[in-house]
Design a protein around this ligand. Structure first.
Ligand code: B12
Ligand code: SF4
Length: 461
């Protein structure tokens, strides 16, 4: 039995534009979902994982599979449907799973034989068995997996071409921010994999550098932090010799022992969502903002960096409190905090979130012709109507934010600081140059976006 597992591309996503910016080669991340599915697949299936981020293969020239499994974030849905249609025309059954399939069940159901909602661990073997006997059901619901059922991903597949390997150590996030789909999808209960399993799986990864995909690596409660410390101790003891980056909330900075252990275990960078230069006004967006309230972010960032760990700060443009000038204010806040990279994103209502419900009720979703419009749900296009910012206004804010933070003299000053502080100067340089290049490329993308939109983006109604 032959199984193709496919990660569809979205050519509008800036980081996959390897031809336009060679720096992006270092920023294509492995589709861990498909590697996990492969790990759950019995040996009688011959598996090929296709990551279209490196270019779509000529499917015609490949042997016909018995089953195709497609994963998709919302922004990949359009391409997922094209790939599904191709294989269905050839009589091959297609099953789709992942976050988009779970949040937009009806839309996906129309386009594939079978759909898997939620986490796949509990149902995938049944799906394969049913496919083998030609009796696929229309829907399987995996719900939330038992954390001990999460087995190692197949790290031997997709072995070359990536700068980073990938692993997951926890699932779920208790903070439930209004714009984020993680709590809706993976639950508010913070599930932690057994430490022995994680260490064993790290050993299976070939790459020296690894992305830990957890949404919130250290969690929020004392028992989460204690477990994170135990994990880091075990990783250091195992002498894994890996360098890894992860996502965390700012409370990561609050415990010196945690930081020291993380660094010893190989932590070299964290992505932190600051979201707004005025977090104290955003309590209603989610509990995360309580962690930011009254905090001196500059001190927190410094504390992390002192352990040789880079900080990438993420901010949202388009919140209801944001007024003209927000782009520069974000850049200045990021410069003041001293982050090594800045990742500004447009406020985007993702299906299944509270923000989606709210913006839909207020008729503020400007790009609402689905599925065609999903390709713009990359957080890099302003798909909604923003309270105090027009379409041109919000695009200008984004450009001014990037221009201010990624000016060449500032990049050089930052990288010099990294060199001086022995904090990953090379990674910092590549990160800064790739962001700078992509923000230049985005001017053309915005021009195309305006043409695509026509007169649909007509301010708040
Ligand atoms: C790692 C990651 C990335 C990596 C992606 C690497 C890759 N190639 O997959 C990078 C950094 C590139 C990335 C980019 C983006 N991401 Co992202 N990302 C994540 C993150 C943190 C973890 C995903 C992961 O690997 N999980 C581990 C695996 C094992 O879990 P899983 O993917 O859910 O898979 C399980 C099930 O879903 C299911 N399943 C999945 N696929 C399939 C397929 C089949 C056939 C079956 C049966 C089952 C199945 O089975 C798996 C095992 O249980 C998630 C958050 C999250 N918790 O999901 C956000 C998340 C998926 N990202 C999100 C977003 C918005 C983006 C971006 C659009 C914007 C951005 N800048 O972040 C871009 C666009 C990418 C694109 N190409 O279009 C949103 C997606 C929401 C949505 N509705 O689409 C999430 C949920 C975060 C959030 N804040 O809401 N992301
Ligand atoms: S803390 Fe991060 S992962 Fe958790 S809900 Fe908020 S944005 Fe999502």
């Amino acid at each position: 039995m032959r199984l193709y597992l496919i990660n569809p591309c979205n050519p509008l996503v800036s980081i996959v534009k390897v031809r336009e910016s060679r720096w992006n080669r270092y920023r294509i991340w492995k589709p861990l979902s498909l590697m996990v599915l492969a790990g759950l697949t019995p040996p009688e299936w011959e598996i090929t994982i296709v990551d279209e981020n490196f270019g779509a293969p000529d499917y015609e020239s490949m042997p016909l599979p018995d089953l195709v499994g497609i994963t998709a974030f919302t922004s990949q849905a359009n391409r997922a449907y094209e790939v599904a249609a191709h294989f269905r025309r050839l009589g091959v059954p297609v099953v789709m799973g992942g976050i988009h399939a779970t949040m937009c069940l009806d839309e996906v159901t129309e386009r594939v034989e079978s759909i898997v909602t939620g986490e796949a661990e509990g149902v995938w073997s049944q799906v394969l068995e049913d496919a083998r006997h030609g009796r696929l059901k229309r829907r399987y619901d995996g719900g939330l997996a038992e954390i001990s059922d999460i087995s190692s991903a197949r790290h031997d597949l997709l072995a070359t071409g990536y700068a980073f390997g990938a692993i997951q150590t926890t699932r779920g996030c208790p903070l439930n921010c209004s714009f984020c789909s993680v709590t809706a999808f993976n639950g508010a209960h913070y599930r932690m994999r057994p430490i022995g399993d994680v260490v064993r799986e790290f050993r299976l990864i070939n790459e020296k550098r690894v992305l830990v995909v957890d949404d919130n690596l250290v969690g929020t409660r004392p028992e989460h932090i204690a477990r994170a410390k135990d994990l880091f101790r075990a990783m250091a003891q195992a002498k894994l010799d890996k360098e890894w980056v992860a996502q965390a909330t700012i409370n990561f900075a609050d415990d010196e022992e945690l930081l020291a252990l993380a660094a010893k275990a190989g932590c070299r960078g964290v992505f932190i969502g600051f979201e707004s230069p005025t977090p104290e006004r955003l309590g209603q967006l989610g509990k995360k903002f309580n962690l930011l309230k009254g905090r001196d972010c500059r001190v927190s960032v410094r504390r992390i960096q002192r352990h040789g760990i880079l900080v990438v700060g993420s901010f949202i443009i388009g919140l209801d409190v944001d007024e003209p000038g927000i782009g520069k204010r974000i850049a200045k806040a990021a410069l003041q905090y001293g982050v090594d990279n800045l990742n500004p994103l447009f406020l985007t209502p993702l299906p299944g979130t509270r923000l989606w419900d709210q913006m839909k009720a207020q008729h503020r979703i400007a790009l609402d012709k689905f599925p065609e419009d999903w390709k713009y749900y990359t957080l890099t296009f302003p798909v909604a109507r923003y309270k105090h910012l027009s379409l041109d206004g919000i695009i200008d804010e984004m450009l001014s934010c990037s221009r201010t933070f990624y000016s060449m003299p500032r990049i050089l000053r930052r990288v010099w600081g990294n060199l001086w502080g022995r904090r990953q100067p090379l990674i910092s340089l590549v990160g800064n140059l790739s962001y700078r290049k992509n923000s230049k490329l985005s001017r053309k993308s915005y021009a195309d976006f305006r043409l695509y939109l026509g007169d649909r983006h007509d301010g708040v109604r």
